[in-house]
Ligand binder design. Structure first.
Ligand SMILES: Cc1ncc(COP(=O)(O)O)c(C=O)c1O
Length: 427
């Protein structure tokens, strides 16, 4: 079928996420036929480099042979089994591997099937634990400019106006403090945290944050030392720490998990996105034996944590996740990413010659800059120009970011930056 036919059929019945559908009167939807490595192809055979890892989920390229084989094998054996009262091999293997990767500092995995649900679980567990301890904690604390997902609980602790404002009247009331800028040690923000904790510390269940990079918050990067101090302060009031590593986990910030760079082991670690290499929805909240024990009691005491999703811990997704962990191990991905990152940083720094961009920044395999432009929806214009150079970017406002699958080659990096140069030259 021709692309135009596919587009018309799509628009007849599909309401797309994060989209003003009317935009598609002017901006054509792009039907994708297949992918290979960092490339995805439309139905006319045009290829595009996926510069955003398909919403930050893809780590090892599209149609990755190793993951596909693991998935196929699992599909021939067991596609799904409910996780209440039953278990399966892929999830047992995955859980022990994840805990080993965390040096067994967290030891219990609670699964779901998307990032927002993982956040909901961590919030509910923390609140529930406080209730079991007969504490009067019922609030959550987060950072300004944070994003934790779009279900009501996750939206309540997020702070990006674009997603949150409309739903204000039906959200939980939550507390927030400013996030420091990249070059600050966060002295001012720590002071306001101290003041807030002195007033309300005993009412707060948990402090949730995206360590090192607030991705949906325009790729805002901030220091590990602030995170460490803020978490230590919050903990002194008995507040749980939730690290939302849904976007930054699995090597994105340069270490397997961002918490490793912060000197803080959280009470709840939320993981998703890259966990299955971008193949299938899966998420997990990893927590401690100590927290698990609070819920462990005779049935009649009513202490069980009753949260479930039909596809929780799906075997196909877990098989993909095990394949992802195999690749990390056999290809020494964290080390080889460092070399790629150095090359990308050089290319990025060279963009300083352009006077129409500012705030070049990077962390691990996340690279970003902001457009200086008076045009309305400049980011969207950049997106459209990028398509002409066979590149897929999906800007956040005027922030352009590059978050490629880790399998990107040196030549492909050159290709991306040649394209960016051409776009900026005629912007
Ligand atoms: C930090 C963070 N938390 C939570 C989520 C929500 O995950 P999902 O889109 O799978 O619900 C996202 C999604 O972008 C995210 O970046």
């Amino acid at each position: 079928m021709q692309e135009s036919g596919l587009i018309a059929d799509d628009l007849r019945h599909i309401w797309h996420p994060c989209t003003q559908m009317k935009d598609h009167e002017q901006i054509p939807l792009i039907p994708i036929s297949y992918g290979k490595g960092v490339w995805i192809y439309d139905f006319e055979g045009r290829g595009y480099i996926d510069g955003i890892s398909s919403w930050w989920v893809n780590l090892f390229g599209h149609a990755n042979e190793y993951i596909t084989n693991a998935l196929t094998k699992q599909a021939q054996t067991l596609e799904h089994i409910l996780l209440a009262g039953f278990t399966h091999k892929p999830i047992i293997e995955l859980s022990s591997r994840l805990c080993a990767l965390l040096d067994n500092r967290l030891q219990k995995c609670f699964y779901a099937d998307n990032g927002s649900s993982a956040v909901e679980i961590a919030l509910k567990m923390s609140f529930h634990k406080a209730r079991l301890r007969r504490q009067k904690r019922h609030r959550f604390l987060s950072l300004k400019n944070s994003y934790h997902g779009e279900t009501l609980g996750a939206l309540s602790v997020g702070n990006v106006k674009l997603y949150k404002d409309t739903y204000g009247p039906i959200l939980l009331e939550s507390l927030s403090i400013d996030v420091p800028s990249l070059d600050s040690n966060g002295e001012k923000e720590l002071l306001s945290l101290k003041t807030l904790l002195e007033k309300m510390g005993g009412e707060i269940c948990a402090f949730i944050l995206e360590p090192l990079v607030q991705c949906a918050g325009n790729m805002h990067m901030y220091s590990a030392s602030f995170i460490k101090e803020a978490c230590t302060m919050a903990r002194s009031y008995g507040i749980d720490i939730i690290f939302d590593e849904i976007a930054v986990g699995f090597g994105r910030t340069g270490s397997m998990f961002a918490y490793e760079q912060c000197g803080v082991v959280p009470d709840f670690l939320c993981l998703s996105k890259g966990i299955s290499g971008g193949y299938l929805p899966l998420s997990v909240v990893v927590t401690s034996n100590e927290i698990y024990q609070e819920f462990y009691a005779p049935y009649e005491e009513g202490k069980a944590f009753l949260h479930s999703h039909s596809y929780t811990g799906n075997p196909l997704a877990c098989a993909c996740a095990n394949a992802v962990l195999d690749i990390f191990q056999k290809d020494d991905v964290i080390a080889s990413n460092k070399k790629k990152r150095d090359k990308i940083v050089k290319k990025l720094e060279a963009l300083k010659e352009f006077k129409n961009i500012k705030n070049i920044r990077y962390k691990g395999m996340i690279f970003a800059f902001d457009l200086i432009s008076t045009q309305s929806r400049a980011g969207l214009i950049f997106f459209q120009k990028a398509l002409k150079h066979s590149l897929i970017f999906r800007p956040l406002g005027n922030t352009i970011y590059f978050m490629p699958p880790y399998v990107i080659s040196e030549e492909e990096i050159d290709f991306v930056f040649e394209g960016i140069g051409k776009i900026l030259r005629d912007f």
